[in-house]
Design a protein around this ligand. Structure first.
Ligand code: ADE
Ligand code: ZN
Length: 325
């Protein structure tokens, strides 16, 4: 029988984690007080009560306003360090962490404030035995022009970023909208991934664009791919990592997409398990492994394979992969 001790102790790479999604109610309140931001609540329980949603759009409507409490470099550092301590307790050995600069620059915070605070935390993560990196995401519901400007700023900090991604509201915002930015980022040596959220309108077409036209190396969520055998074969052949987030899925649809994960394992697609926005979706990475294992009766071998896949599809050298498994 799978235990929480087992899922916690298993060495893991976290590849799908939004740093803004790790803002726990207690930290939100602390930062609100520190920065004199009126968030409308004065106790942790009151903040917790506002963390309520039933689909992607209603989640994002809570998620973005919460970020107002993040103002200074120190705030971004504290947010990331709080996550990294949790990650260390979950035996996360390697982390590739998403951040959304436009969610901050659009409310008047400098790009430098965001990246410098987050980056310092990735440096200090070494003392926690975590190899941590940053992936910059474009908000896909913002304009192409905004993405262009954001990439130009990001390229000034190229050494502090390992890759780029695409998140936020997918509805009518296909990957191809950002083809030019992805091309430019790849030319600058950055890795590529994109969200293809579960059960979206045009899910399969978005997955196809991302894989066949834009050449992304991973898909975040992306489990709707099982509807298209040719794309599944493409993902297996090209070793495309799919980063599935079981607890997050249950907020968007009634289920964790465990059947899809098992099918992908059986078809040799390197799917792996992550936590998405753990402060909002009720659990960190080990909780996600545990919940999926319980609900779908996963074997020890399947769980170990999921963890192996997380390192296999991480953006690290073959030599470094050997260190973990
Ligand atoms: N930003 C943070 N979490 C997200 C998710 N699950 N989907 C899209 N954008 C996000
Ligand atoms: Zn996500």
């Amino acid at each position: 029988n799978i235990t929480t001790k087992f899922t916690q102790g298993l060495p893991k790479a976290e590849l799908h984690l939004h740093i803004e999604g790790t803002l726990e109610p207690a930290l939100k309140l602390k930062l609100a007080q520190r920065n004199h931001v009126d968030i409308g609540q004065t106790t942790i329980a009151e903040v917790q009560k506002t963390y309520e949603y039933h689909d992607l759009a209603s989640f994002l409507a809570v998620y973005y306003p919460a970020m107002n409490v993040l103002q200074t470099e120190e705030d971004f550092y504290d947010l990331a360090m709080a996550y990294l301590h949790r990650a260390a307790a979950n035996n996360v050995r390697h982390a590739e962490i998403f951040f959304d600069p436009q969610a901050h620059t659009s409310r008047g915070i400098d790009f430098a404030t965001v990246i410098n605070g987050l980056y310092q935390a990735t440096v200090d993560a070494r003392a926690l035995n975590i190899d941590a990196h940053l992936i910059m995401c474009f908000l896909r519901d913002f304009s192409k022009e905004s993405a262009r400007k954001t990439l130009a700023e990001a390229l000034q900090y190229k050494d502090k970023i390992i890759g780029i991604g695409l998140d936020s509201d997918e509805h009518n915002n296909p990957p191809l909208k950002f083809a030019r930015q992805f091309e430019d980022a790849a030319a600058a040596g950055l890795h590529l991934t994109t969200h293809c959220d579960i059960d979206q309108k045009d899910s399969i077409e978005h997955i196809r664009q991302a894989l066949e036209i834009m050449g992304v190396e991973r898909l975040d969520h992306g489990t709707n791919i099982v509807e298209d055998p040719d794309l599944v074969a493409f993902a297996a052949k090209n070793h495309i990592g799919l980063t599935s987030c079981p607890l997050s899925n249950t907020f968007v649809t009634p289920e964790m997409k465990g059947k899809e994960v098992i099918e992908l394992l059986n078809k040799n697609v390197p799917v792996s398990i992550h936590s998405d926005d753990p402060a909002y979706f009720g659990g960190y990475i080990s909780d996600n492994y545990y919940a999926l294992a319980q609900q779908f009766n996963l074997t020890v071998e399947q769980i170990v394979q999921l963890a192996r896949n997380s390192f296999a599809t991480a953006w690290i050298s073959p030599e470094q992969k050997q260190l973990y498994f």
